[in-house]
Design a protein around this ligand. Structure first.
Ligand SMILES: Cc1ncc(COP(=O)(O)O)c(C=O)c1O
Length: 429
């Protein structure tokens, strides 16, 4: 799974897939459900759980190396800080992008040398900055003058990377609204750094998470070269660029990873040719790319309501304000996760989660128009509005793939529902 990150798996928008029995994730999940071959049991048999396929992470690393032989990956820990993932990436030689003291600590605890870390947060709390100083994590981003003054006060020996604004209108999670200086500010900021006797050695950007436009890397790298030249004219010794994250991490991505890497490579060749710039160091901060397809989630159906017998309120009723049920489903299922936990993207990004039936006695039965609700009491907690599923019963299981990016990182225990535990499929399984 996961090597060819292109539009692979096809799903009808409103459809569902039956989980394939020959699939190792499905097989492993069934073992967990049946209590076979697993050493950690869940508190309750119906508790949801993740399965991490470590081999998928390793394949991604090789794919990155193949597409970007000259771009050193610094994995963005915020995307998924699973210990097994970090350990594997540390062994494979990746660097790490950390955004807080806790992330720095987690990576340092693995024995990773501080020079393999970039503290990639343009606005850092003083106490976190102090922690970076104490642990000799020197490489860090900034994008404004106040941050420069803070860094001068707390950690004047830091090695700075100026984050510039990047076009991110096609991104699912735009970031440029919050961080990145404009090109016309570069001169002033780099002059200010010089005046403070601070070392600036690179330019970074981020085209937004879930970017839909490979050309945004091309334009951003072009801008990075402009900023790079300004810095060197002022007297800094710039020697690196950081092309950020934003790359897709699943096979069904509408634009394949290779299109993004090709656009970025093309721009690197044009704007940072080795003939022109001696030993330019190029790094990236991929998060989603590394982990999205490596994690799958199994959830249990904990309840159902036949809407033909017990309909919801008429959607046209004035009291109805949360969910558009204009295509009224026939049956509602309640599953034991929710949009405040692993399915937050249903609300944040209107994500339509692909669902597969993992375990049911009626797996091949006639399909019915269904709605999936989460397990909280919230009326906003709708995981999927419409999907075609065979008639399910309480105790049946559903499978969601590509759940590795941010789902675990942002999950809450709202309403007392514990977070799913994560089983790891070893590399050789
Ligand atoms: C500074 C920075 N670097 C890297 C990432 C990872 O981005 P992605 O998961 O899109 O690869 C993020 C995500 O928010 C970020 O803010």
């Amino acid at each position: 799974m996961g090597l060819n990150i292109s539009a692979g798996r096809t799903l009808q928008e409103e459809g569902s897939l039956d989980a394939r029995n020959d699939d190792k994730i499905v097989k492993y999940m069934k073992d967990v459900i049946n209590g076979d071959n697993v050493d950690v049991s869940r508190e309750d048999d119906e508790d949801p759980f993740f399965v991490l396929d470590l081999k998928d992470v390793e394949k991604k690393h090789h794919l990155w190396k193949q597409e970007f032989p000259n771009v050193q990956p610094f994995y963005a820990v915020k995307c998924n800080s699973n210990r097994r993932v970090l350990e594997m990436l540390a062994i494979l030689g990746a660097g790490f992008d950390c955004a807080s003291k806790a992330e720095l600590q987690q990576v340092l605890d693995l024995g990773v040398q501080p020079n393999r870390i970039i503290y990639a947060h343009p606005c850092k709390a003083k106490s976190h900055l102090m922690f970076a100083k104490e642990n000799d994590v020197r490489l860090m981003t900034f994008d404004n003058e106040d941050e420069l003054v803070k860094i001068k006060e707390v950690f004047p020996k830091a090695r700075l990377v100026l984050r510039i604004w990047a076009e991110d209108t096609t991104a699912v999670f735009p970031l440029s609204v919050k961080f990145g200086c404009q090109l016309h500010e570069v001169h002033h900021l780099l002059k200010a750094a010089k005046k403070l006797d601070l070392t600036v050695e690179g330019i970074s950007f981020h085209v937004g998470s879930g970017s839909g436009d490979p050309e945004s890397y091309y334009t951003a790298i072009q801008d990075a070269r402009t900023a790079y030249d300004i810095g060197n004219r002022i007297g800094h010794d710039l020697r690196m660029i950081d092309i950020g994250g934003g790359f897709p991490g699943k096979e069904s991505s509408s634009v394949p990873f290779q299109k993004f890497s090709a656009a970025a490579r093309r721009a690197i060749t044009k704007y940072f040719p080795e003939s022109d710039i001696q030993n330019p160091r190029i790094i990236g901060e991929p998060g989603t790319f590394y982990v999205q397809s490596a994690f799958s989630l199994a959830v249990c159906v904990i309840g159902k309501r036949d809407l033909l017998k017990n309909p919801f309120l008429d959607p046209k009723d004035e009291n109805w304000n949360s969910i558009d049920l204009s295509e009224t489903p026939e049956v509602a299922y309640y599953i034991n996760s929710n949009v405040y936990s692993s399915f937050k993207d249903a609300k944040l990004m209107d994500t339509v989660f692909d669902v597969e039936v993992l375990k049911s006695s009626n797996i091949n039965g006639n399909k019915r128009s269904s709605i999936l609700w989460g397990n909280t009491t919230s009326g906003f907690d709708c995981v999927r509005r419409h999907c075609q599923l065979p008639e399910l019963e309480e105790g049946d299981w559903l499978l969601f793939r590509d759940m590795g990016a941010y789902a675990m990182a942002i999950s809450s225990k709202y309403s007392g529902f514990k977070l799913p535990i994560c089983y790891t499929l070893q590399k050789d399984e």
